[in-house]
Design a protein around this ligand. Sequence first.
Ligand code: ZN
Length: 420
Amino acid sequence: MTTVDFHIDPSLPVMPEIRYTLEQFAVNKKINVQFGASGFLVSDAVNSNLSISKKLINNLRERRCDYKENLGATGFIEFENGTPDYLGTAFYMLACLQEYHAAAQKDNLGRFKFSGSYQAAYQNSGQNIVQICFDKLAEKLSIPNRANPSRFFLSHDIDTVYGAIVQDGFHALKFGRIDILLKLILNTVTQKPDWLNMDQIMKLESEYDVRSTFFWIVKRGKAEAFENADYNFKSSSIQKVVRTVESNGFENGLHKSISQDSFQKEIGEFEKKPVANRYHYLKFNLPQGFDAIENSGLKLDASLGFAENIGFRNSYGLPYNPFDVTNRKPYTFVEVPLHIMDTTLFKYNRANLAEAREKILKFFEANKTNCVLSVLWHNNFFTNYKYKGYLQLYKEILEYIRENKLSAVTQRELLQYSAY
Ligand SMILES: [Zn+2]
């Protein structure tokens, strides 16, 4: 691996932020970076090898995180002469700085809202902007840019196992399908509820030669007026499935409940300690959400996505180490941002199937290289009643992966994106 030396101007007050950005750049370009008294000069002077804008430096010092005070008309942070600051923009987006703006809008679950984001304002949620920044920096330093085929991270959050009787049953009744209702009841009383369907999901994915991760909630019932699992994670029927997932070469993870319970307590419910988490309802805030992952000892988190919109929440296509803004240092865990979720289309966008398909394919086509595209399909979207058509849509995603000769990544492969 090539090693590239950098000399960061010691008078710059943003040394840790620049180092971090260049370390992530190194993972992207598959190079090593070293910092010392010689090498490419990084400073706030426009004629240095790499420059960072005084605007970002000042905004960081004064903790001005609002995108309106940082990004210019082009959607990049700009130098005084109006040209893009690629180094500064990459940092701003990787660190999710817009979410630290004190007046940032939150929804009823306390989540950062898509409608208040720069992605909504600039309509660029489908663009891998940090990749553009990294490619421009590499060009400037004569480091080769390669386009690697994108890969997929497929996952299933298991919120409900017994809900089919209510949700699909109600749907069946509404349409006068007593036959379907009776079948659902029969499956429930014979201990084979329709949404305990992980074997069906694994069989389908195996036909396309891909593997996925199942995220489990260990806490049952309501908390803070929101539903957690409707199943008992410790029950023998669920534990049997968890072990089957593992023995089939698929993977499990923690789907952190909404509750006061610690990560430690929830991780302790697993027979085999999980490596990865995704927050239930994607309910987390920064920095607390990332701090908790770091302190838990987990190695992966897969929560960074907008509930209401498909695309990039941090404008970067690859898994990466986020930045601890409070302590001005990188986190050591790997964040695997989430891009496509069934409920975004079904619930938030109220898209019909044709619209949903078009949105998904448009996003894939625009990001065929240099990404790990993360797709979440809940187990209850695999039955053809209330969520009719979503099973077919998921098959089309698997078809897309196969036709384009792409592949799905495992959790272990995701860990390789860590710079630390
Ligand atoms: Zn969930």
